[in-house]
Write a protein that binds this ligand. Structure first.
Ligand code: SF4
Length: 509
């Protein structure tokens, strides 16, 4: 073998840089299913199936193109880690060199580089041009800035890529339409929602489902609903379905929640995108075209573009800028363990029960459930950020570390002390009441902060404000929120804090 082209489970684009300039008569493509990737944190069964099925479909496609592929299936090799399997193959195959597109996880980058070094095989790590902004460009943008906020990065990217721009000005006269992105479904609910297109398991996926059920019976999550796209064609169909049926209302309702409606108007494309079955440029172009052709309003298209061109590229740049070390951040010194109900959904709080139950069922929760239900509760309770990070990485089909860690540690848990978010995203139960119908099905009352019917979010919200008063009460971005504390008299606050303490105790049990 002249050169080994290593392809990871989240690098399944046919124009993967590691597959370019490949000579089929001399080179070999290498893919490996490793159990460690499914067990280093307990991974949702659907997440394991998604990765393995997409990898197997991808390998088949490469073979159909006449390319030489060495594929190590989970049950066909004795190695638990990718690095160990690679090391053994480097020894056996003795390639002159190896190449890999920059992995999405720092740990893997180091482990695979080390494996090559140990076997004295020179390895080339190629820039991942799936992303519109390279890590070097991000660094150039960030260097010397006092704050590296998403909003500034997003505007810079809009101008640089000329997306939704009219010359130097944003189309519609504003960079965002936040005020039009916060509608709830009111009392009447969302009505009849478009059923998103799904992809029932084919033979390959079914074989993986059987394997995962047998090999990882203890892994969390359910497989009976598995219908995620596992090929680029399926991902393209899912994109078309979103553009035609959900994008028009996506903008208005992106922060709304409703019981037994796991997807609402959300795209369901993040898993396919993060495995690189979709190109972000295709998403952006298609969404912009939907606006140009008057199939979707600007508030929806801009909101979607902001996620893909702004937020996604920004968190990736930030991850590589801050790693290693980012995973250890704990600015608020949160020490509570993650409550056990995060793994089984067994809680009286209807919002948490719905959001977690849905994750167990589908491996999916939409953005506002992640930020303002499961993430918010962990933040208010004071859960160790690392434990929250591991839960999100484990339980969501779209979770890969470069995107999950900044979202969890930075945006949701404020563990990086304000590097990513200018203030912690905190709210009481009133927010959840306003944006959903969860509270109507709950034994708690979002208005109450003490007593048997006290909403745990509301109790913990006041407790959080009191606990972190010194840090935030004088800060210009947060002072207004902390001023709310002045509404409470001392006895009331003491009762709330006692209730919060008892709640923490009970969740330790
Ligand atoms: Fe959640 Fe509180 Fe509403 Fe219950 S009352 S659903 S715990 S916000």
């Amino acid at each position: 073998v002249r050169r080994l082209s290593i392809v990871l489970g989240d690098q399944l684009n046919e124009d993967n840089p590691a597959l370019r300039q490949l000579d089929p008569s001399l080179d070999l493509i290498w893919l490996c299913e490793a159990s460690e990737e499914a067990t280093k944190v307990p991974s949702h069964k659907a997440r394991i199936v998604l990765f393995l099925s997409a990898m197997r479909h991808f390998a088949e496609r490469l073979r159909a193109r006449g390319l030489p592929v060495r594929y190590l299936a989970l049950d066909q090799h004795p190695y638990s880690s990718l690095a160990a399997a690679l090391s053994a193959d480097l020894q056996r195959l003795k390639p002159q060199s190896a190449r890999i597109t920059h992995p999405g996880e720092h740990r893997l980058l180091i482990a695979l580089r080390d494996a090559c070094a140990t076997q004295h095989v020179p390895v080339e790590v190629l820039d991942d041009d799936h992303f519109l902004c390279s890590t070097a460009d991000f660094e150039r943008w960030a260097r010397g800035r006092k704050t590296i906020r998403q909003e500034h990065f997003y505007r810079w990217m809009r101008k640089r890529e000329q997306v939704l721009m009219s010359g130097a000005a944003p189309i519609g006269g504003a960079w965002n339409f936040d005020k039009s992105n916060r509608s709830s479904f009111g009392k009447q609910g969302p009505g009849r929602l478009p059923e998103p297109v799904g992809f029932p398991p084919d033979e390959t996926t079914q074989a993986v489902i059987d394997l995962v059920s047998e090999r990882f019976p203890e892994a969390p999550g359910d497989l009976s609903r598995f219908d995620w796209p596992v090929t680029s064609e399926q991902a393209a169909t899912a994109l078309e379905d979103f553009l035609a049926n959900r994008l028009p209302a996506f903008g208005a309702y992106q922060d709304a929640m409703w019981t037994e409606q796991p997807f609402l108007y959300h795209a369901r494309l993040s898993a396919a995108l993060n495995l690189k079955l979709l190109d972000p440029r295709a998403l952006i172009d298609a969404a912009v075209a939907a606006h140009t052709e008057r199939r979707a309003p600007l508030e929806s298209v801009e909101g979607f573009v902001r996620q893909v061109l702004g937020w996604r590229e920004y968190v990736r740049g930030l991850y590589w800028r801050e790693m290693p070390g980012y995973l250890e951040r704990n600015a608020l010194r949160a020490q509570q363990p993650l409550p056990a109900f995060y793994w089984d959904g067994e809680t009286d709080a209807a919002c948490l029960r719905a959001a977690i139950g849905q994750v167990i069922e589908y491996g999916y929760g939409h953005h506002i459930q992640r930020l303002m239900v499961t993430g918010l509760f962990a933040l208010l309770l004071g859960v160790q950020p690392r434990a929250v990070h591991q839960w999100y990485l484990a339980m969501f089909v779209d979770a890969v570390e470069w995107v999950e860690a900044p979202n969890t540690l930075g945006m949701s848990q404020f563990a990086d002390g304000g590097l990513l978010a200018s203030k912690p995203y905190v709210a009481s139960g009133a927010y959840i009441q306003r944006m959903s119908n969860y509270c109507r099905h709950c034994r708690f009352d979002p208005k109450q902060s003490t007593g048997d019917r006290a909403c745990p979010f509301t109790t913990l919200f006041w407790d959080f404000l009191a606990a972190h008063r010194d840090r935030f009460a004088q800060h210009p971005r947060t002072a207004l929120m902390w001023r709310n504390l002045e509404r409470l008299d001392q006895a009331e606050l003491a009762a709330i804090r006692a209730q919060a303490g008892a709640l923490r105790e009970s969740l330790l049990a």
